[in-house]
Design a protein around this ligand. Structure first.
Ligand code: C2E
Ligand code: CA
Length: 235
């Protein structure tokens, strides 16, 4: 952070109904002088282990708020940005106060950020996680369940926690080319819709996948078929 080695990239998310980009996912990038870009899958687990994920996560949140304060919704059509939260961050007692303070600082309304959690977030304490999510509700920040369909206890999460959006894991999306995969995908989308939750599909790489997901009723589509993560200037 001190050396300015981190930057936040944005991957556009397509609104299936309007066919326009209305949101984006914030993805962290680490550029090393000699090694070039280091993948988040490598450095995030390390940052979680040594605790530096706390300041790093706050850096990401602040960068996104800063960015949102410069792109008005009316002018650019960007409604909200999705931010990945690590399990370790969820266990921080003052997380809500800190994030709410940053949103106030940049004058960003809560509906313009969406916090993404994976199922591992309840590993430490289910009650604590629920309290955290509920405490954010009165600020108006929405939560998204990430990587749905590949982990454990997914159904229980949908029922027990106040999520507004669910993101289908790319493995589930890619499995549609097999008969069994398509059946699982169809019924998963149907169930999530009947639970009155919004649904995003990630890892959309082909036209066929995009058309099938639209037909099934996914609300949002994200993947290389539309756009890769990019620096904010390009976005
Ligand atoms: P994720 O949340 O599942 O993020 C989606 C990953 O899929 C991103 O990789 C993205 O570049 C990639 N992706 C997007 N579209 C496609 C596609 O069509 N095909 C394929 N093959 N891949 C696609 P990335 O940027 O390397 O991020 C990896 C993981 O690192 C993320 O997985 C997330 O768990 C974590 N991460 C990234 N940024 C942050 C952050 O700011 N905070 C935390 N806590 N975790 C982060
Ligand atoms: Ca994510």
């Amino acid at each position: 952070i001190e050396q300015g080695a981190f930057s936040v990239y944005y991957q556009p998310i397509m609104d299936a109904r309007t066919g326009t980009f209305r949101s984006a996912e914030a993805l962290l990038r680490l550029k090393h002088e000699k090694l070039g870009f280091i993948a988040p899958d490598e450095f995030i687990p390390m940052a979680e282990k040594n605790g530096s994920i706390i300041p790093i996560g706050e850096f990401v949140f602040e960068e996104v708020c800063k960015f949102l304060s410069t792109v008005s919704e009316e002018e650019y059509g960007l409604s909200y940005v999705e931010i990945n939260l690590s399990t370790v961050q969820c266990m921080q007692r003052d997380l809500k106060e800190r994030f709410a303070g940053i949103m106030r600082l940049y004058n960003v309304p809560a509906r313009r950020v969406n916090l993404a959690l994976t199922e591992t977030a309840a590993i430490y304490s289910r009650d604590l996680l629920k309290l955290l999510m509920e405490s954010f509700e009165d600020v108006g920040v929405r939560f998204m369940l990430d990587d749905y369909g590949t982990g454990f206890a997914s159904l229980d999460y949908l029922i027990q926690y106040p999520f507004s959006v669910v993101k289908l894991d790319r493995e589930l999306v890619w499995a549609m080319s097999e008969g069994k995969g398509l059946v699982a995908l169809e019924h998963t989308v149907k169930m999530i819709k009947e639970l009155r939750l919004e649904i995003i599909a990630e890892g959309v790489e082909t036209k066929e996948q995009s058309e099938c997901l639209k037909e099934l009723g996914c609300d949002y589509l994200q993947g290389y078929y539309y756009a890769k993560p990019m620096p904010k200037e390009d976005f």
